[in-house]
Write a protein that binds this ligand. Structure first.
Ligand SMILES: Cc1cc2nc3c(=O)[nH]c(=O)nc-3n(C[C@H](O)[C@H](O)[C@H](O)COP(=O)(O)O)c2cc1C
Length: 225
């Protein structure tokens, strides 16, 4: 929560394209925010170099900035296209940087919501499900619904980059309201990291792994994957 008592949301668009539909729906989200929330947008995705594990202990300034922005936000909102049935490389690259080094992930326990827009018929649904899979390992708290999946985005966003489809605007407003409630509930629960770690099935399994197994998961000095 910021100094004004508002829930802070950090928006990240998974496309670098100037006329991106996904940037457009983030812009629409800024217009549709519920009272008690504010949205900042991470604009530097294209400045993030390819992930290099040799650099993870001294990441480039843009990654330090990304991690700080994630840490200081209450919730994350991702708007992404689907590339070849999955998450665009630029977005996955940013996710990977901000998750490292092991034990210093900025994503841990962050509430997160997803929207996707595509020129195709399925609206980026497959990328959404791949993202949800990634959130499991990152120990994030994804909002389950409503799902905002926007097919044939070119018919809903005009050349000025404005989302003009009323139904889609309503769905984004619903998603934002749900994200606000979800984030507020999680903050009220005041779950300590220790309790979450104990309760998280993957983390529990990880804690019982041998050092060599942990190295295999990519800890420094391990073989990585
Ligand atoms: C490399 C590449 C792969 C794509 N693969 C898919 C896909 O698997 N599914 C889909 O619905 N659209 C796919 N598209 C089309 C995108 O949905 C479309 O280009 C969309 O406008 C990209 O989002 P943006 O407008 O935010 O840049 C692909 C586009 C590119 C450039």
């Amino acid at each position: 929560m910021n100094k004004n008592g508002k829930i802070k949301i950090l928006g990240i668009a998974g496309s670098l394209r100037r006329g991106s539909y996904n940037k457009a729906i983030l812009k629409a989200a800024a217009e549709l925010l519920p009272i008690g929330s504010e949205l900042g947008i991470f604009e530097k995705l294209g400045e993030i170099p390819p992930f290099d594990q040799d650099q993870e202990n001294s990441p480039p300034p843009v990654v330090v900035d990304l991690k700080e922005q994630i840490r200081s936000t209450d919730a994350v909102l991702i708007a992404t296209p689907e590339y070849n049935y999955s998450v665009p490389g630029v977005l996955k690259n940013a996710i990977d940087w901000a998750s490292r080094p092991y034990g210093d992930s900025a994503w841990d326990r962050k509430p997160v919501a997803i929207m996707s827009a595509s020129s195709g018929m399925l609206g980026g649904a497959r990328a959404q499900y791949h993202l949800r899979q990634i959130f499991v390992f990152l120990n994030m708290f994804p909002l389950n619904g409503p799902e905002v999946i926007i097919p044939e985005a070119g018919a809903k966003i005009n050349v000025q980059g404005n989302l003009v489809d009323q139904y889609t605007r309503e769905k984004i407003a619903e998603l934002l309201q749900a994200l606000l409630e979800w984030t507020t509930r999680l903050e009220r629960a005041e779950i300590s990291p220790r309790e979450v770690t104990k309760g998280h099935p993957y983390r529990a399994a990880y804690a019982s792994q041998s050092d060599s197994e942990k190295k295999y998961m990519g800890e420094p000095g391990g073989v990585g994957r």
